[in-house]
Write a protein that binds this ligand. Structure first.
Ligand code: ATP
Length: 358
């Protein structure tokens, strides 16, 4: 029997609650199927670790994580510590340290969930947003000088490399090719950003020549927001830069019904380093410790992790169980208009995995 070694990093805020729920569901699924198991090791990295040790993860954190088959991540962020420290010392340190260049964010309205878009429901849109995850606007290049003086200055430099841009476009074309509509929309801002974004567009056209079976179109990022709201059914796979996709995918999550539902995979397609799976939401301190966080984003991320591990059948069956619960309408957490707690939603999904509610 195959045993998958998973590093769990619950992190901050509701991260601990949803990752604990996710691990319970993964263990239940493994037991139910009987063909694989998980060896899950938890790492206490995050804000509390920072306050004790002065850093968000252990010095040798990346070395420790490298042998794992996958990383299951909660969230990083804490009101006691500046956001750029929590983000850069943990999540981005792992994404960049392991070259997880493809950030993949599927979005659709699950059965039983209401989109804030009038007249839009399950089946009306089915997007995968692909976010470039290692460079662009979040390359970390820049500086600050003369702090506290009148000539205080700060620079963040967007970095686009041919290697980085070509591999994310190629990944997106492959993904688009694998889906029924074979449709890829490229998001840009090359009218205003006339160097990096123009190269981004040029390389997209060059890669497109290798995929004549994929239909492409391009959108300026500002116009893309209106298209997502006004004509959601016209989109399928979407590729955008680190910053643009960060913003568009929060909009996408809200349009799918709640920030608490949406999943993310930070993929290292070559497999020489582990990939990382996490709900799209952050630490949500306003609801931390209340036991009401929606764990579905963490469950859907676990399904993406299973698919990445080669357990496509189990991944599908987890999604079926999740949608059986949302379709039932009784076990909805507060963000979805219900009153169910994290534990109640988790138990309902486990029941659905066992087919007990049929
Ligand atoms: P961060 O700064 O770490 O990104 P945040 O609290 O600013 O975190 P999010 O956690 O992304 O932002 O979420 C914004 C709001 O959406 C939260 O304050 C919370 O009310 C709601 N929310 C997010 N995730 C969930 C969830 N899983 N279940 C219920 N509500 C959620």
């Amino acid at each position: 029997m195959k045993t998958y070694k998973i590093a769990a990093i619950p992190g901050d805020g509701i991260g601990g609650e949803v990752i604990t729920a996710g691990i319970t569901v993964l263990d239940a699924l493994a037991k139910r199927r009987g063909s694989f198991a998980f060896d899950i090791q938890r790492f206490p990295w995050g804000a509390d670790y920072y306050l004790e040790h002065g850093q968000m993860m252990a010095e040798d954190g990346l070395e420790t994580l490298k042998p794992f088959d996958a990383i299951y991540f909660g969230s990083a962020g804490d009101p006691r510590i500046p956001d750029h420290i929590t983000l850069w010392q943990l999540r981005l340190a792992i994404c960049q340290g392991f070259g997880q260049y493809a950030n993949v964010r599927p979005t659709r309205v699950l059965e039983g969930v209401r989109s804030p878009l009038a007249g839009v429901g399950p089946g009306d849109f089915d997007w995968v947003i692909v976010r470039e995850n290692t460079e662009g606007e979040y390359a970390g290049v820049g500086g600050r000088a003369h702090k506290g003086f009148d000539n205080d200055l700060a620079m963040d430099v967007s970095v686009f490399t041919r290697t980085g841009v070509e591999r994310i476009h190629r990944f997106s074309f492959e993904l688009a090719r694998s889906r029924p509509r074979k449709l890829l929309t490229m998001v840009t801002k090359s009218n205003a950003q006339r160097h990096g974004m123009v190269m981004w567009d040029d390389i997209f056209s060059q890669v497109a020549a290798d995929y004549p079976d994929v239909t492409t179109d391009r959108m300026l990022v500002d116009a893309m927001t209106t298209r997502m709201v006004l004509d959601p059914g016209s989109l399928d796979v979407i590729v955008a830069t680190n910053l643009h996709a960060d913003i568009l995918s929060d909009l996408a999550a809200a349009l799918s019904g709640s920030m608490g539902i949406a999943p993310t995979a930070n993929l290292r397609p070559e497999g020489d380093f582990p990939s990382m799976f996490e709900p799209i939401h952050g630490s949500a301190f306003d609801i931390m410790g209340k036991g009401i966080a929606n764990p579905i984003g963490a469950f859907w991320s676990a399904s993406m992790m299973l698919e990445h591990l080669g357990e496509a059948d189990a991944a599908d069956s987890l999604m079926v169980a999740i949608e059986r619960v949302t379709a039932g309408g009784e076990m909805m957490s507060q963000d979805l208009g219900g009153t169910a707690t994290t534990n109640e939603v988790t138990a309902a999904v486990i029941d659905a995995i066992h087919g007990d509610n049929e």
